[in-house]
Ligand binder design. Structure first.
Ligand code: UDP
Ligand code: MG
Length: 185
């Protein structure tokens, strides 16, 4: 039940100087930082992290928002997804990101809960996206500037395993004791 998860503080979090604020939340919750670095990724690498499989999902999320906001779509869901995916790749490479591996009991689920809904306008107050961001995915696609929702967190333990392997080499991940572990073991 002790899991590892990949967290990225995206270019908007770095550029808005929210790195400390966000990391503090994870530390406060008792999650253990076992890997941490700043990296400015290439377009090729961004496409590995956000592969084309995401296109239909992104298209659907944009359309959901547009329906709610009363915006009619002239492009097909596939076209919309493709466009939003390109915006996302451009956004991911516009400044460095902070990449972290966090470890803890049920870490994948707990971190996702702390991160909140993909679209900040639906993220609850108290979550990272809900507290520090005001946009929606629908707005981002309309403006063509990428889904600036501050943070990425692996969605499942399988996704986490794959993403940690992509972002970190084994010698960048550390095993060390923390004071907190005394209370969860
Ligand atoms: N995204 C976007 N437009 C959308 C939906 C998603 O730009 O309509 C971006 C957003 O930055 C999101 C990322 O694509 O975080 C990955 O999407 P996913 O559905 O995996 O959301 P997440 O797991 O990050 O909540
Ligand atoms: Mg995801």
């Amino acid at each position: 039940m002790i899991e590892r998860t990949l967290v990225l503080l995206k270019p908007d979090a770095v550029q808005r100087a929210l790195v400390g604020e966000i990391i503090h939340r994870f530390e406060r919750a008792g999650l253990k930082i076992v890997g941490l670095k700043m990296i400015w990724v290439t377009e090729e690498f961004a496409r590995k992290h956000y592969p084309e499989d995401l296109i239909p999902i992104i298209g659907r999320k944009t359309l959901e928002d547009w329906k709610e906001l009363g915006i009619s779509a002239e492009e097909s869901p596939e076209e919309l997804g493709k466009r939003a995916h390109e915006d996302l790749i451009r956004f991911t490479t516009e400044a460095p990101v902070i990449a972290m591996v966090l470890e803890g009991v049920h870490a994948v689920k707990i971190v996702r809960k702390m991160v909140g809904h993909t679209s900040p306008h639906k993220a609850e107050p108290g979550t990272i996206r809900g507290d520090y961001s005001t946009i929606s995915m629908g707005y981002a696609t309309k403006r063509g500037f990428g889904g600036r929702n501050l943070i990425h967190a692996s969605g499942t333990p399988e996704e986490a395993e794959h993403e940690i392997e992509l972002w970190f080499s084994p010698n960048e991940i550390y095993d060390y004791p923390t004071v907190h572990e005394k209370h969860v073991k």
